[in-house]
Design a protein around this ligand. Structure first.
Ligand code: KIV
Ligand code: ZN
Length: 395
């Protein structure tokens, strides 16, 4: 079962919302079979909570959440619900057959959302929180409550809302940076303040949920841990609304690689990250940017001659993680105009080609000339250069 007590201070609960917030990314709609495959992989890699969808949103979403709830044996399965009785009832029905089911209910708390979207007073929203969290808690033991737009909410009011949600039975409190507005320093401070000021704060686990509008989602999530949060909400490949959500693979590898300054454990088998990235990219029909941290095609590729030379001497010269640790077969030394002799020699070795010193010198010069003209120099190009040289060779 997901660890849901604040006392297990070094265990960070991973709450994956690829199938809910991730699917809200334009064009990322997945079929039921695709969702089942993603959920199975997430469960297998050690995700603690799978947010499988928003059951009231459509019959398809309801069916996906119910089916994932039925099939998942290890992870907790969550269904999202607005602070509306019909939503909560539908979410409760969808997770009813789960080994471990969670209702995740949310309401906006910022002044701008209250005035323009909810058209409710602060006191009215507190009443809604008390009623809807209690309704959810009647249906399941595990209730998460989120303060939508928490980072733009007046802190005194946010504390009142959190206190009410916990009093009504919420076991996890999520304080999202819904619009990706916070800085790491502010986000960490918000958790510190709320946890200090809310009298019953120790009865719930606190959660981060960050959007990437300013490219700060992962940094903010990690800052939230410093402020005392112990659940991270994230998506594979960082897919999600607008600029996306905090990327699961980046969080997991940041925590793992910098354990010296972040003494947490996520329980994720990081060797499955590359597979998860490929599966989600395919299912959501959403390509991964080449330079994406951890899972981008260039994340373990080196082209500069200086870097390639260093890598051939010792991999830690330019790599802070091994490709194997994220489930990638190997580092790639990309042959291009920046490549030097050492990398070129190593590439020839890889291709099973051995040349005399003179031949090597000549083929290397031709390779450099070709690399100046061509964006990509493939193995076949190098083999052609060697064949050409051999065909005209007198040495
Ligand atoms: O970004 C957000 O505030 C959300 C909530 C529904 C948790 O996705
Ligand atoms: Zn979100």
């Amino acid at each position: 079962m997901a660890n849901t007590t604040q006392s297990a201070k070094d265990r960070v609960v991973i709450f994956d919302t690829t199938l809910r917030d991730g699917e809200q990314c334009p064009g990322a709609t997945m079929t039921l079979d695709e969702k089942l495959a993603v959920a199975e992989l997430l469960d297998g890699m050690g995700v603690d909570i799978i947010e499988a969808g928003f059951p009231i949103a459509s019959n398809g979403d309801f069916e996906a959440v119910s089916e994932i709830a039925r099939r998942t044996k290890r992870a907790t399965v969550a269904g999202l619900a607005r602070a509306i009785p019909a939503d909560i009832a539908r979410a409760g029905e969808a997770v009813r057959h789960a080994e471990r089911g969670r209702i995740h209910t949310f309401v906006s708390t910022s002044a701008i959302h209250l005035a323009h979207q909810m058209r409710k007073t602060q006191d009215e929203v507190i009443e809604i929180i008390l009623k809807t969290v209690a309704q959810a808690r009647d249906l399941v033991e595990d209730v998460e409550w989120s303060a939508m737009d928490a980072t733009r909410t007046d802190i005194d009011y946010l504390c009142r809302c959190v206190e009410a949600a916990i009093r009504s039975g919420a076991t996890t409190i999520n304080l999202p940076d819904t619009v990706g507005y916070a800085t790491p320093q502010e986000y960490g401070a918000m958790f510190r303040q709320v946890r200090e000021r809310v009298p019953n704060a120790d009865k719930a686990i606190f959660s981060v949920h960050c959007h990437n509008d300013l490219g700060l989602a992962v940094a903010n999530s990690l800052a939230g841990l410093e402020g005392g949060a112990r659940q991270i909400e994230c998506t594979v490949n960082g897919i999600g609304e607008r600029a996306g959500n905090a990327a699961l693979e980046e969080i997991v590898m940041a925590i793992r690689t910098r354990a010296d300054v972040m003494p947490y454990d996520t329980g994720i088998d990081s060797t499955m990250l590359t597979r998860a990235s490929k599966l989600v990219s395919h299912a959501a029909n959403f390509p991964v940017q080449y330079n994406k941290a951890i899972v981008g095609r260039n994340a373990f590729a080196h082209e500069s001659g200086i870097h390639q030379d260093g890598m051939l001497k010792h991999s830690e010269t330019y790599e802070i993680m091994t490709p194997a640790s994220v489930g990638l077969a190997k580092t790639s030394l990309v042959m291009g105009k920046h490549s030097g002799r050492a990398a070129f020699k190593s590439k020839l070795g890889e291709l099973g080609i051995s040349l005399s010193d003179n031949q090597f010198q000549d083929v290397f010069e031709r390779f450099k000339a070709l690399a100046d003209r061509k964006k990509h120099v493939y193995d076949e190009d190098i083999e052609a250069l060697v064949d050409e040289k051999r065909a005209t060779a007198h040495d």
